[in-house]
Design a protein around this ligand. Sequence first.
Ligand code: AMP
Length: 218
Amino acid sequence: MGLRLLMIGPPGAGKGTQAAQIARDHGVPKISTGDMLRDAVASGTSLGLQIRETMSTGRLVSDDLIVALVRDRLRLDDATVGFVLDGFPRTVTQAEALDGLLNGAPLTVVEIQVPDEELVRRVRGRRICESCGTTVSAFDGDPAQASACRNCGGRLVQRSDDSEAVVRDRLQVYWKETRPMIGYYEPRPTFRRVNGALAPRDVYAAIAGAIGSVAAGR
Ligand code: AMP
């Protein structure tokens, strides 16, 4: 049976990186609402123009718009076997809407926890490859040399909402809007919490273990 996984965590927790790996392992798509919205902004669609300002300040895009986007994405063939959701849901309203879309299909929920100051440090040093989308940390090597992607040689850039001021706002939004949503999932037997302050491979092992334990309990 395909995996249906939600990755919850604040900006910089490593959701995107871990979600990509877990999705590859299970042969299911990684669905990131942040990536979908950034694509819409980059291509200048009417959706992109509507949400550009909201995203640049770190606020959340409206629940209606996001739920419609995810509903359409989950209808595509590749998502019928399963998916890893990264960055959605972020509010209780979105979580309730997702339950409606899933129609009772089993869902594994993993929360990645990382202290705030570590998140700010990580996000300030985060760079994204313009060509292949790989995320790297400028702290992994000499920041002065962190200009070319090790995968494809593409240019590494900083997301406009990864500045320290916007990151602090995004964290506030997270604690206000998304923390209550975690309370929505927490009582479920398919909810797990992992320590995201560890090295990426250890976080990966913890997530893989969490998925295995949920599957064993079904
Ligand atoms: P992310 O890449 O997940 O950090 O998302 C970047 C930005 O996209 C967020 O700061 C929000 O402005 C917007 N966004 C992404 N996912 C959602 C969502 N599920 N609900 C509302 N806004 C979202």
